[in-house]
Design a protein around this ligand. Structure first.
Ligand SMILES: Cc1ncc(COP(=O)(O)O)c(C=O)c1O
Length: 403
């Protein structure tokens, strides 16, 4: 035990070792071990555990194995064909005119892409402003790099858009970066143009770097405008954009993400690619090329998720004491159960009473206290999904009536 304590002190900054503090609820053995006993509605993995591989993607994977290329590396920065496809998408969707040979790097998933994107900037003690609630990694990652995470509260009453007064209160001369998830996970908020323009003005005035996690950029409802912060005036030179094929494309198992940034940043990212990232899985990159060349399968996914969010609102929104807005993006919903009780207790109750594992809002920052995140895009069948949502609603009613 003494030996273990001695080693624990060697970890940077966090008492008992960095990973004792990890509270990311939707990843890990304890969560996976519940599979089979409960329905896992806390894992942001489209249609999990049911199969969902588009035909063209499947063919590309088989071809990669059959022709033998699958056993070889690509360049550490990723396949040039994939970068060319991504550059076309950046132009059409993000209004970013990027050079596939200079401004894109492929990463093994966007989680590692995000870490890599940030780590080259942060010195010990540097402060990173993170809207709260946010994706759990956003709070943890700066501390893993020796930096300091500074949560900036978002308010449900303001539709979880940025409150620039709160940003001004949190900025100091140690602030180096703002890290946002856009659309936001867990709230599904698509930050509006005015909100992003105000943030851009703040970032420029304080001479900061903006890192934007756009993992859910390709699954947005109701024709809400999606603005890529890097496309705003003066922002290309100070914004790092990180994207993924895991969410809207539902290809999480392939582990492909990518970073888009200006030449100055890319010189550093390309320089470290071979020793830090290695090359992303070759077969996965070929499959990702197929997915980008024919994205028609995504329309079906979108219709699916649209039904699911409406079902979730109809079923969960009708429970007395539950507050929820129609999700704006993704395949999950964010519900306020604070009138019913403590969100951790309610999460535990739902496992026992409804056989469903969801996420406690506290994992997404202190502003998430009293809320739950529920992945309504898991399971292939709408009927099964509806039954599970009804079970959750019934359990929430019973929870309220038990006192
Ligand atoms: C907001 C957000 N960003 C990034 C990721 C990481 O995705 P991946 O590493 O599969 O690209 C996730 C996964 O849940 C996410 O929710």
């Amino acid at each position: 035990m003494a030996g273990k304590d001695k080693i624990a002190r060697k970890f940077r900054g966090v008492e008992g070792g960095l990973f004792t503090k990890v509270t990311k609820a939707d990843v890990g053995d304890s969560f996976a071990s519940m599979a089979g006993q409960v329905v896992l509605m806390g894992w942001a993995d489209p249609f999990y555990p049911d199969p969902s591989v588009p035909e063209t993607v499947k063919e590309a994977l088989i071809e990669a194995a059959q022709c033998g290329i699958a056993s070889h590396y690509t360049m550490p920065i990723g396949s040039v064909e994939l970068r060319e496809e991504i550059a076309k998408k950046c132009k059409a969707y993000n209004h970013l005119d990027v050079d596939p040979r200079r401004n894109i790097i492929i990463t093994p998933g966007s989680d590692s892409g995000l870490f890599y994107a940030m780590t080259v900037f942060l010195d010990p003690g540097d402060e990173v402003l993170v809207p709260d609630p946010s994706y759990p990694s956003n709070f943890l990652n700066p501390t893993l790099m020796g930096g300091v995470t500074v949560p900036v509260p978002l308010d449900a009453a303001n539709g979880y858009q940025f409150d620039m007064d709160a940003f001004e209160r949190c900025v100091t001369d140690k602030t180096k970066m703002v890290l946002i998830t856009h659309p936001n996970n867990p709230t599904t908020t698509v930050f509006r143009r005015e909100s992003l323009e105000a943030l851009a003005e703040f970032v420029i005035r304080h001479d900061l770097i903006l890192v934007v996690d756009q993992a859910f950029e390709d699954m947005i409802f109701d024709d809400v405008e999606f603005v890529s912060p890097a496309s705003l005036p003066g922002m290309w030179e100070r914004t790092v954009t990180v994207c993924s094929i895991s969410k809207g494309m539902g290809l999480s198992g392939l582990r492909v993400g990518y970073i888009v940034a200006c030449d100055t940043f890319m010189d550093v990212y390309y320089g470290g690619a071979v020793n830090v990232l290695g090359a992303t899985n070759t077969a996965s990159q070929l499959a990702a090329i197929a997915a980008f060349r024919d994205t028609s399968f995504m329309a079906g996914y979108k219709a699916h998720y649209d039904r699911r969010r409406r079902d979730a609102c109809r079923i969960l929104g009708s429970v007395p004491g539950v507050k929820m807005d129609m999700p704006q993006s993704g395949f999950f919903c964010w519900i306020d159960v604070s009138e019913l009780g403590d969100s951790t207790e309610i999460m535990d109750y739902l496992i026992r009473q409804a056989g469903v594992a969801v996420n406690d809002g506290k994992n997404y920052g202190s502003q998430g206290n009293g809320c739950l995140r529920i992945i309504n895009g898991c399971l292939g069948s709408d009927d099964e999904s509806e039954q599970v949502l009804q079970r959750i609603a019934q359990a929430l009613r019973a929870y309220q009536e038990q006192d």
